[in-house]
Design a binder for this molecule. Structure first.
Ligand SMILES: Nc1ncnc2c1ncn2[C@@H]1O[C@H](COP(=O)(O)OP(=O)(O)OP(=O)(O)O)[C@@H](O)[C@H]1O
Ligand SMILES: [Mg+2]
Length: 393
């Protein structure tokens, strides 16, 4: 298994797409199975020694005091979907203190039933899908799709442009076959080119060869990102309008690092490249401007406005995935409700309810003080206490 941090999706892409974009007149004759996590098994994962739980589609509220293991459950589910932690940590941190390795097992039901087994230790890493070892990540990724909503999402608005590029990259990786290898090849060409530029006497022949590679891959990256924005933008605007009750208008603007011709702009930057010893032009410098009423949200937005915007972007990601794949991704919502005022919270709930109506699956962590009682009647409540999960219903 390689240590890739982004995930391509795999199966059923083209058929899902074909069915989804059918007109009303040719309404799909097939029923889209709703993919959901049906069973989760944890062994020596974070503060869980042994944990087994069955989950139906629908809403699951994970209730408990601080430091009991609520977020750890979401982390395990996200890891099943993407093979990485949304907390940005490596495997070592997720192994229970004192144990050798962690195990996560799952049953995913939807397009058939799939069994997943993941084992991670410093010495050994194994993934099996339906009892067969996974050799290529593309054969695995897409078995379960998830979107995480967490406090760190604020970085999408407040953080450096890298956070926003990463958001675009993750979404393209989840939807476009071939995007992840393209991104990796671009990163490799960029690293190689930058390494050459560090030398006092630059090898011009080698530099030219990496320049050509960079331009070829970079043009394709820019093209795919540019195409995504007009598809994502209306979804984000709508989600934002609903959560903020039309308080302000969101606009998303893609500002590519390359203005017109990558090769020409690279050639023009050679003198500056010599000074900085690094590639200064390219999609690795792309920016996604987030504007509220035409003003930069990062510079002028209040904390509440930034939070609303971050949630709207994630909601748009979920809607986009639903549109393409015909089945909503599993929504993992960590500590987000408590951060919104009552009005914005009331705006978010109908969006979540829509996922519920589509028989999607939502896992939401809450403490006793901030659990949304509005959801009470339709949700299954779980109590989490010191690494133990118990169904309250
Ligand atoms: N590798 C590990 N081994 C054992 N315990 C761990 C490990 N990593 C984290 N923990 C513990 O897991 C516990 C639960 O963490 P988690 O983040 O899931 O809490 P939480 O219920 O979400 O709390 P909060 O409401 O404060 O967000 C913490 O006490 C933490 O110290
Ligand atoms: Mg938590």
């Amino acid at each position: 298994m390689t240590n890739q941090s982004l995930l391509p999706h795999t199966r059923s892409w083209s058929s899902a797409l074909r069915l989804h974009f059918c007109s009303r007149a040719c309404r799909p004759r097939f029923y889209f199975p709703r993919v959901h996590l049906a069973h989760l098994r944890l062994r020596d994962f974070r503060n869980y020694t042994r944990m087994d739980a069955d989950f139906a589609p629908g809403f699951h509220l994970l209730l408990g005091d601080n430091a009991q293991g609520k977020t750890n459950i979401l982390e395990a589910i996200y890891l099943l979907a993407t093979l990485r932690s949304f907390r940005g940590v490596g495997g070592t941190q997720m192994v229970r203190h004192g144990a050798k390795g962690y195990f996560i097992g799952a049953k995913v039901t939807g397009q058939g039933e799939h069994e997943i087994k993941i084992y991670w230790s410093a010495a050994e890493k194994k993934i099996a899908l339906d009892a067969r070892p996974v050799k290529k990540l593309t054969d695995y990724l897409g078995t379960l799709r998830a979107v995480i909503f967490c406090t760190e999402d604020l970085l999408l608005v407040k953080g450096p442009s890298k956070a926003r590029r990463r958001f675009l990259d993750l979404l393209l990786t989840q939807t476009q076959p071939g995007y992840l290898p393209l991104l990796q090849r671009y990163a490799h060409a960029l690293r190689s080119r930058n390494a050459l530029l560090k030398h006092y006497a630059v090898d011009e022949v080698a530099l030219e060869s990496f320049t050509q590679e960079l331009v070829r891959l970079g043009d394709e990256l820019t093209r795919q990102r540019r195409e995504l924005i007009p598809r994502l933008s209306p979804l984000a605007r709508l989600a934002h309008r609903r959560i903020s009750h039309d308080a302000e208008e969101l606009r998303i603007e893609y500002q590519p690092g390359v203005k017109a011709d990558f090769a020409v702009e690279l050639a023009q930057s050679r003198a500056r490249e010599r000074t900085y010893r690094s590639t200064l032009i390219g999609p690795h410098r792309d920016e996604l401007q987030l504007l509220l009423n035409d003003k930069s949200a990062a510079q002028f937005g209040s904390e509440g406005q930034k939070r609303t915007l971050a949630i709207a972007l994630k909601m748009a990601q979920a809607e986009y995935l639903t549109g393409l794949h015909g089945s909503p991704p599993v929504l993992l919502i960590d500590d987000v409700m408590g951060e919104l005022d009552a009005k914005r919270r009331a705006g978010l709930l109908p969006l979540l309810t829509r996922v519920h109506e589509k028989r999607g699956q939502v896992f939401m962590t809450c403490t006793e003080e901030n659990w949304p009682s509005e959801l009470g009647k339709d949700s299954r409540r779980w109590e989490i206490k010191t690494g133990k999960l118990e169904c309250l219903d």
